[in-house]
Ligand binder design. Sequence first.
Ligand SMILES: [Zn+2]
Length: 389
Amino acid sequence: MSHPLDFYPSIGTHELPFDGVSLSTLTEIPKVDLHRHLVGSIRPEVLVYIANRLNITLNGFGNDPKRIARASVLSKPVPNGYEHFLRKRIWAGFKGIFSDPRGIHNAVYWGIADAARDGVIYVEFRVAPNSREFNPLLPLSLEEYIDAIRTGVKVARRDFPKTVAKIILSVGRSGVIERWGDLADRRRRFQKLAESTLTNRDIVVGLDLTGNEDRYSNDLFQDFCEIVKSAGIPLTVHSGETGNPKSVWEALDKLKVDRIGHGIGAVNDPELLATLAELRIPMEICPTSNIILSVARSFVDHPVKEFLEKGLCVTINTDDPVLLGPTTLSNEFLHLIKSGIITVEGMGRITSQSISASFATEVEKSELTARVDDFFSGRPALTASLGHV
Ligand SMILES: [Zn+2]
């Protein structure tokens, strides 16, 4: 059986260095990813590797990575990409893995391994609360599920000590509206999420809303926000991903979010841009994801350019680096630099902003900042050759 690190994909390494910047240079630079879904980060080959080792059958795919890739990966821009992506059979491949604590901790381990390989020093993975309190088809309780995630993080920390990983529990809008019960039932489940987040603060650092924001708008989730905020838990929400500025306004005014996932719909609303800049709300920008889902045309035309010009607090992230792309965080920065949107100096600034915007503790933020500073101060030749930083 081949080992996952034997078939790590060589994304973009065929590209010639651009203005002194190559992918391998950017891979060396410490980076931070605040918006990365765990399920979207596991390569089909790795999924099969885990399943085979644990004797798990991946529903309907015959443990064949090519079949899994065909059913779940989008590698080229598609019209109405978001709707298309929602219809992909991603969960089918993962159900067996997420029903077994060993599957969960292996998935987390390999998600972190790939981030470490890319020079990511801090990552917040989003995972759905895949437990029986929220999905009766699953066997584990939320506590058992979080414990399995913690095991994966611990083992990965031993093997990849330079990468710190945390978890954001990500609640799907459609699941809440279509499958949860009445308002009292919703409240009980939201409270369970908040309680588990508070009791597992070492690993779970925040909560998120994801899914179709046009069908189920943010104002339907004010009870969620009240519970989360009154518990003092950081909140980020997917908003304005498909171009709707109203969704971003609602995230700010009604959900009182700490960060915005994507938010690119704000680009057509000057008042909203000014408000986001003034409030310094961190924007979790994921360029390749937006391009593949056809909500942005290209790197050159991506709204992040205007966000930076208007002084918004921009962070750069990968979203679903395997399912949409594939990409890596280094690859995202390479494209933004090649498109003339940022410089390597700007990349350093964005990494610092990402550290500040993260849901890490103040002590962890200081340690991460020191590591980034150390990296650059110890490499005058690198910074001189790049002419920046
Ligand atoms: Zn996302």
